[in-house]
Structures are given as structure tokens and as C-alpha cells.
Design a protein around this ligand. Structure first.
Ligand code: FES
Length: 158
């Protein structure tokens, strides 16, 4: 995965300005900021609020409402586990909770060694291969506890 840029308020302001004339600019701006910096830095909130004439609370509300936005930097690798219906019905919930228990983290958190962030997503469009996941953007179908143990090992090795 490409390493996200360090927080830079000048660069953030340029990103915000480049998207601020779009309809419903808040989401495209936040996505662009996350693409650049890997998460929504807390200092981004007042910049976005000012540019869009919103309150900080409104911007904060958007960031916390959408599961896509991270408020903390991700680990070196990101594993996204599907938490939607088809995957849940194929044992996805138990596989996920076992993994989180083994790693000692909750949804959206990163292992203490910084190697792996585990996030929930709601349907990856891979329902036919449920339960499904994405590891650094690569789809993995029919996951099992064994598959995920390999993923964790791979994340720790790189
Ligand atoms: S429900 Fe999991 S990929 Fe669609």
C-alpha cells in the first residue's frame, strides 16, 4: 500500500479548495483528504467547516457517521471484513469476532504493532463468495479463520 502523506494543512487547504465547488462537497472533500493522508486528521475538521460554511460539529458528524472515514491513521495493512447479510449468514460474524479476539482489538482498531487495521464494511459485491474480505484492496472470498490467520501472518511479515 502506498504510504499516506504526513498531515500538511497547506496541502489539505488546496485539496479542499479543489473540491469545494462540487455539489455536496463535504463527502468528496473528506474522501480526497483520506486518500491523501490516510485518515481525517482532527485539524482537517475546522478547515472543511470553514470552506463549506458548516459548523465543526456538522463536519465531525459526517466523519463519524460514515464508516469509510478513519479518525486515526491505519496500520501498514488494512483488512476489511464484510458485515452485511450474506456474509453474516455464512459464518462471517463468528470468523470476524474470533479474529478480533485473537488480535485483541475492536472494529476499526489497529494491532499494537501497527501492522494491521481491521475494519467492517457493508457488502463488497462479493456475496457469491461469502464470507468475503478485502486485504489491502485485494478481494478474498470464502474466508475462514485459517485464511485470516494467513493474512495476519502476511501483514506481520511485511
Ligand atoms: S454481503 Fe458480504 S459481500 Fe455482499
Amino acid at each position: 500500500m502506498p504510504k499516506p502523506a504526513q498531515w500538511d494543512s497547506t496541502l489539505a487547504s488546496a485539496i479542499i479548495a479543489a473540491h469545494s465547488s462540487l455539489d455536496g462537497a463535504a463527502l468528496p472533500i473528506l474522501h480526497a483528504l483520506q486518500d491523501e493522508f490516510g485518515h481525517i486528521h482532527e485539524d482537517a475538521v475546522p478547515l472543511v467547516a470553514q470552506a463549506l460554511n458548516l459548523s465543526r460539529a456538522e463536519v465531525h458528524g459526517i466523519v463519524t457517521f460514515y464508516h469509510d472515514f478513519r479518525r486515526d491513521p491505519a496500520g501498514h495493512h488494512v483488512l476489511k471484513l464484510c458485515r452485511a447479510e450474506a456474509c453474516q449468514s455464512m459464518n462471517g460474524a463468528r470468523i470476524a469476532s474470533d479474529l478480533l479476539a485473537t488480535l485483541g482489538i475492536s472494529w476499526g482498531e489497529t494491532t499494537p504493532d501497527g501492522h494491521l487495521t481491521v475494519e467492517g464494511v457493508y457488502c463488497l459485491g462479493l456475496c457469491a463468495c461469502a464470507p468475503s474480505a478485502l486485504f489491502d484492496g485485494e478481494p478474498i472470498g470464502r474466508i475462514s479463520s485459517e485464511t485470516l490467520a494467513d493474512v495476519v501472518q502476511q501483514a506481520r511479515a511485511q
